[in-house]
Design a protein around this ligand. Structure first.
Ligand code: AVJ
Ligand code: FE
Length: 437
């Protein structure tokens, strides 16, 4: 849609920036200023750090790099450099106070919109401006920090401040097969065409993937409870050695935010305690827990290439689609995205979002752990900065795919790659399992 039309891209960039800022406002205006500067968890930054960091990245890329403007506040760059200070140390930095951070972010935004108005977005332009890339990148960056801030909201204690309607219920879940068959053969992985794809999604390349079977939907809380009831957390047979170490060191017995009361499993979700819903995808599990569950079930996690083939490959045309349902942007009928709901939809929901393979809920709902390490594709070129992707490549980080209910559509597509440490479980992570055909 208008991939090479500069005016369509300009409108798209404006819309993406405004959508992100409206969400940032909800996340930062819904709590008192004291909660913006507080450390809700050593795993997270104070919310006010995310807010000013969003502004500072926008200043660096849109005002200075694209617009050629003088630095507004060069003295704060170091404070908001994610590599200079670990998250746990950020509350004790001399950060901008909430009112200053808000003013700074909105000053930057006003100037960025002026620059967007006059930027030449045509194909012959500078790589940063071409197809509005830098504007799309900054909108994605803000949305990624909005997801991070939503994780901080989930970790904070106290009564709920965010509310949202329930996602749609499944209509044909009982008739759905438990798994789908993805036939063997080559497919196109990654993209060279998507204008705002980030460096790690590029370039498009051929991958051979042998036939395999994949769960139609993400693994549910009910299925996961059967693993727990069967002694899943007490039997080292199911666990990778480092995963077993983690279970023993932290005494893990259930996903994060779950607790037992009078024999029933409850969970805390954005300030509300509720029974664990049986048929909702399990959330807040680490890679080690996903891997252990899969082994217990006699299965395995899908590789990243398998996940992408199941999500994008159209066997009729041999092409890879932008999304499971085709090339058009997501609608609310196709995927649970954008924090419209504060939870995943039950397994089997979103029939309009299913892939040609028959698998559903690949986009939205929960991030899905894959078995793969985060590695560059053949022909990878870091752009526009090494610290976005390149410094994270290697065996330490596992790839997650598909996005969660907390991901905005600007930062979600069939090629989008997320990554994290295999011990992490505060993220909106779930999984589905696979086996060789
Ligand atoms: C891609 C989600 C792992 O939040 O650490 C934000 C995204 N990069 N600012 C992260 C990101 C720079 C990144 N993840
Ligand atoms: Fe960032």
């Amino acid at each position: 849609p208008g991939v090479h039309d500069p005016e369509a891209l300009r409108r798209r960039a404006l819309d993406a920036l405004l959508t992100a800022r409206a969400r940032t406002a909800i996340l930062t205006d819904s709590v008192e200023d004291g909660e913006l500067t507080a450390q809700h968890s050593p795993l997270m930054s104070p919310l006010v750090w995310d807010l000013a960091h969003i502004g500072n990245q926008e200043e660096q890329w849109l005002l200075r790099a694209v617009g050629g403007r003088q630095a507004l506040r060069p003295e704060i760059d170091g404070l908001y450099d994610a590599f200079e200070h670990p998250r746990a140390a950020r509350p004790s930095l001399p950060l901008l106070a909430p009112a200053e951070a808000r003013t700074y972010a909105s000053d930057v935004r006003g100037r960025a919109l002026d620059i967007l108005e006059g930027a030449p977005l045509h194909e012959g332009g500078r790589p940063l401006e071409r197809a509005g890339f830098a504007f799309g990148m900054i909108a994605q960056h803000e949305q990624q920090h909005d997801e991070t801030m939503l994780i901080t909201h989930q970790l904070r204690s106290g009564p709920a401040v965010l509310t949202a309607p329930a996602p749609p219920a499944p209509t044909d879940a009982d008739a759905l097969p438990g798994e789908v068959l993805v036939p063997g053969g080559p497919f196109t992985m990654g993209t060279s065409a998507e204008p705002w794809a980030l460096d790690n999604e590029r370039p498009a390349h051929q991958r051979e993937v042998a036939a395999f079977r994949l769960d139609t939907a993400p693994v549910t809380c009910g299925a996961y409870q059967r693993f727990m009831a069967d002694g899943g957390y007490t039997d080292p047979r199911w666990w990778a050695p480092e995963g077993w170490d983690m279970v023993r060191e932290h005494g893990l017995t259930a996903p994060l935010f779950w607790h037992q009361d009078a024999g029933q499993w409850l969970r805390r979700r954005f300030g509300v305690t509720e029974p664990v819903p049986e048929d909702e995808p399990v959330l807040h599990v680490s890679w080690y827990e996903a891997d252990a569950y899969a082994r217990w079930a006699g299965r395995r996690l899908p590789t990243e290439a398998e996940w992408e083939k199941a999500a994008r490959h159209d066997p009729v045309t041999g092409r890879s689609l932008r999304y499971p349902w085709g090339d058009t942007d997501p609608t609310p009928e196709q995927a649970n995205l954008g924090q419209r709901h504060l939870r995943p939809a039950r397994a089997g929901a979103y029939p309009a979002g299913r892939a040609p393979s028959g698998a559903g809920q690949l986009i939205g709902d929960v991030w899905e752990w894959t078995s793969s390490d985060f590695l560059p594709y053949p022909g990878f070129v870091a752009f526009p900065y090494r610290e976005y992707s390149e410094v994270f490549f290697g065996p330490g980080h596992k790839v997650l795919r598909g996005g969660s209910f907390a991901v905005d559509q600007v930062a979600c597509r069939g090629t989008f790659r997320n990554w994290d440490l295999p011990v992490r479980r505060q993220i909106f992570s779930g999984f589905r399992t696979a086996r060789d055909a």
